[in-house]
Design a protein around this ligand. Sequence first.
Ligand code: SF4
Length: 277
Amino acid sequence: MPDARKSLLQLREEWRGCMRCPLGEKRETSNGRMVFGEGVPGGILFIGEGPGVNESIEGRPFVGRSGSLLRNAINKLGLAHCSYISNVVSCRSFGPEYDNAGQLRTRFNRRTGTHDIVLKDEPPPAAAVEACLGRLYEEIYIVDPILIVTLGGEAIKALLRRSVSVKELRGTTVEIRVPGVWTVPDLTSKGNWSRKQHGQVIWPTMQNYVRYLTYIAFHPSYVLRDGANEAFGNPKQRFIEDMHMITDIYYRTLKEVHGIDGVRLTQLIPDDIIEED
Ligand code: SF4
C-alpha cells in the first residue's frame, strides 16, 4: 500500500526558518533556534509545551532543568531506547519580566556595560499553537508512537482541541485523533488503483486519521516548582507514579495490541527515578 509518510528529516527541512507565527520573528531577533523533536520513533512520544531559553540556545528539546528531570526518569526506567521528545510549539515564547511595582526588570551586562531587559518564558499564544499544530500532527504521524504522553496542560489542550484541567485529568488515558498524510489508496472512476498524470503514474490517495492512546501527565517544570507540596497534591509523587504507569501501559500495549513481547530493560522500579544526576 502506498504510504505518503515523510521522513522526520524532510519534515524538519520543511519547517526550517518558519515564520508562520510571531514566535518565528522573536526567534530570529533573539538569535534563538527552532527546536525540533528528537529520540527514537515508534515507542513513547513525550510532548511538552515549548522550548525555554536553554532549548532555544541549544536547538534541542528538554535540555534545561525540567528536561534533565524528564530525561533522568526516562533513563532510569530504561525507556531511552523507545522514547521520543517534542513540544507543542517549536520556538520559544517569552516576554519581558516586571517587578512588583510594574517596572521592567533589568540586569547589568558586564560584557557590554548595558542594562539588559530580563526575559521570562511564557505560555505560547493560541495563534502559535494553532500555527504549529500542522507540524505537531505530522511529527506524531511520522513518529507513530505506541503511546503518547502529554506533559502539562498546553499539550493535552492542543491535542484534544479544547480547554481541560490537567489536574483533573492527570493519570488518565484518552484517545486522540491525528490526521494522517494521504495514505489510503483511492480507486479511480475506472476501477484502477493508479492513473497517469503528465506522463507519470500516480497513486491517488485519500485522507485518513490515526488514533493514538494518550496518557496525561504533569509537566516536569510544575514538579520542580511545587515538588512535594501537599497543597498541590504532591506533584513529585504524582510524577513518579506517572512514569511507572507510562512504563506499564507501554509494555502492556506493545504486547496486547501489537503482539510484541518487549524486553523491559528495568524490571524493578528504582525509587530515585527523579533525582538529578
Ligand atoms: S512556533 Fe511553530 S509555527 Fe511558530 S514560527 Fe515556530 S515553527 Fe513556525
